[in-house]
Design a protein around this ligand. Sequence first.
Ligand code: CTP
Ligand code: MG
Length: 178
Amino acid sequence: MVFHFIQLFIFILPAYVANSLPVLLGHGTPIDLNKNFIDGKRIFGPGKTVRGFVSAVVGGFFIGGILGLFIFNTPYNIFNSQMSYIYSGVLLGFGAIFGDLCGSFLKRRFNRERGTSMFFIDEIIFLLIALLFGSFVFDSLLFTLSFVDVLILIIITFTLHKIANLLAYIFKLKNVPW
Ligand code: CTP
Ligand code: MG
């Protein structure tokens, strides 16, 4: 059971890193280039920057590579090849930050200003979209990701997201604790 938890965590780690890195590395040009959507509100808002997006995908790639190097030859190995760690790192990294972008798009449509919290969208959308992209490497995964696994990931992600944002606030990396 604990063993399976660890394998689940190894699998999803690139998505977590990709979702966190922009807080440290992202600033500058917003992805929507300050443009509004047809409803007159920003497409994504000023919190979604090109640098943040790129840092997430590159971060996913690196974490995938590091996991491939250090996990492949251990009992915790989850893929049938080292390359699969890199593929999944990039896919999960891209999926996570693309999902984060979708969340901001929805928040703007619901009239929420940048940085306001919105239950589920803030914590879970990035995970679900990351899993969607990650499913491209399910063939090389040595275990099957069950529906219960996805529920477990939702609970873990929700909890970790709350803790990580609170810590980022305490350490003055974010202006709000969510
Ligand atoms: N960030 C970034 N680029 C991204 C995603 C995040 O630069 N693609 C940075 C921004 O500085 C952002 C911070 O990470 O403020 C925290 O991200 P998040 O909480 O997702 O963004 P919010 O500012 O809360 O914006 P939103 O209301 O759209 O969620
Ligand atoms: Mg936020």
